[in-house]
Write a protein that binds this ligand. Structure first.
Ligand code: 5AD
Ligand code: SF4
Length: 444
């Protein structure tokens, strides 16, 4: 018996969000119930991220601070999984001895038995994969979805790209695609279960199927899932080098596919892109954006950008600023380069001092804010179809939802209306105000 309650703390990307829904499903199946505070939980699970140093440090800090629970006479079981669990394994447990279980990125199904063994034997348990080709999409307990109307649907795991700054291929393994019939079956079940929006997940969804010679590729997978009757269909993450004309054509022709693409560019200068091993040039990226906008003129485009990559000169950084101006992104997630041990870029000479990287980061962030503000302002007065998620975190009198271009919208709840009745509904909203990072509107 593991106790009665659990608390999951999730860091990092959407794959971790999905994994935490699966862990919630497994723990519920084992008879536990979710609680909001770690202090009230019998089992505390951390799903971790090591893509940048900041996420790494936060995790170590938070787990270390739970020692107070153990010394206060409580005996919650503490499990750490995800990318740091995979990367550090036994070392993590040695560094923080009050951790009971460490599990890797392909070891979710073992979590309950690891917890049971740790509880029974009072000895820590560690399990992580050695060979990622063993990755499987074996059915687990049904995930407990954060929003009943939204589901993550993994179509591949791992990454074969080895961008020189990135640790993901080392902790998530080589790319393995899930058979299409399995994906379609899962999508059908989700639709039958009332799911209105599906997000297809993979580190690089656009290369889906490349490891399954002769099998359908991403464009066909997108089409096949849309044919299951889901109202909205999104996907993440895309790699510009693999975004095919066929995929753009399916996006344009399929009403269920969101008018939104997250297309990480990482940098605006060709020498830096080559050093990053991104395998495309600035011109090739711009060509893909042109093809997307020609096919889907109102598409929302977001991106990821790294500043302060080793050796980045002022002129090279200005190429990034120039690219942001040229594309006019709706949103950009901006990061200061963080050396990750074991990656090629960590060994490069000429690492950029933090102050300089920070100064560039702030200039870039200001430009991104201007770009986002301008793009949102263009939606003033338009009518958008919004899927409602629930009350706003900032103000419970507001409902939040997302347009088909995946923009966040705040709408006042009409007097007398039941908030919960609006959750998971898609309704027309007139946009009455715009900010950099969200829109305001009223129900039509
Ligand atoms: N330093 C900074 N940012 C990174 N990212 C990945 N690795 C690093 C790193 N070492 C960023 C990339 C990627 C996003 C998920 O995180 O922009 O697209
Ligand atoms: Fe990392 Fe590059 Fe793979 Fe993305 S495509 S997960 S940045 S190695």
């Amino acid at each position: 018996m593991l106790g009665r309650s659990y608390h999951i703390k999730t860091f990092g990307c959407q794959m971790n969000k999905y994994d935490s829904e699966r862990i919630a499903g497994l723990l519920e199946d084992a008879g536990l119930r979710a609680v909001d505070a770690p202090d009230d939980a019998d089992v505390i699970v951390f799903l971790t991220c090591c893509v940048r140093e900041g996420a790494d440090e936060r995790l170590y800090g938070q787990v270390a601070s739970l020692k107070r629970l153990k010394t206060a006479g409580k005996t919650p079981l503490i499990a750490v999984g995800g990318c740091i669990g995979q990367r550090d394994g036994e070392d993590l447990q040695k560094r923080i001895p009050h951790i009971d279980v460490v599990f890797g990125t392909h070891n979710l199904n073992e979590l309950v038995s690891l917890l049971q063994r740790a509880a029974a034997s009072k000895t820590p348990q560690v399990s992580r994969w050695e060979d990622s080709s063993a990755a499987d999409f074996e059915r687990l307990a049904p995930e407990l979805r954060e929003h009943p109307f939204h589901a993550w649907l993994p179509i591949s795991v791992g990454c074969n790209n080895f961008c020189s700054y990135c640790i993901v291929p080392y902790v998530r393994g080589r790319e393995v695609s899930r058979p299409l019939d399995e994906i379609v079956e899962a999508a059908r079940e989700l639709v039958a279960d009332g799911v209105r929006e599906i997000t297809l997940l993979g580190q690089n969804v656009n290369s889906y199927g490349r490891d399954r010679y002769g099998e359908p590729r991403f464009a066909e997978a997108l089409e096949a899932v849309a044919a299951c009757g889901v109202s909205r269909l999104g996907f993440a993450t895309s790699h510009p080098k693999d975004l095919s004309d066929a995929t753009i054509a399916v996006m344009a022709a399929t009403p269920a596919v969101l008018r939104y693409l997250h297309l990480p560019v990482q940098h605006g200068n060709d020498e830096v892109l080559a050093a990053m091993r991104r395998v495309y040039t600035r011109a090739q990226y711009l060509e893909r954006v042109g093809a997307l906008r020609a096919a889907i003129p109102d598409i929302t485009l977001s991106t990821d950008i790294i500043v302060g990559f080793p050796g980045e000169t002022e002129a090279q950084f200005e190429d990034t600023l120039d690219l942001v101006r040229q594309v006019g992104f709706d949103q950009a997630f901006t990061f200061i380069y963080s050396p990750r041990e074991g990656t090629r870029a960590a060994a490069l000479p000429d690492q950029i001092p933090h102050e300089l990287a920070l100064e560039r980061f702030e200039r870039l962030a200001a430009l991104v804010q201007t770009s986002a503000t301008e793009r949102n302002a263009a939606l003033q007065g338009s009518t958008q179809s919004v899927l409602f998620e629930g009350p706003s975190k900032r103000d419970p009198a507001l409902m939040t939802g997302r347009t088909r271009g995946y923009k966040l919208v705040h709408v006042p709840v009409p007097a007398g209306a039941d908030q919960s009745a609006l959750r998971g509904k898609e309704l027309l909203v007139r946009i009455t105000g715009t900010q950099a990072f969200y829109l305001q509107g009223t129900l039509e």
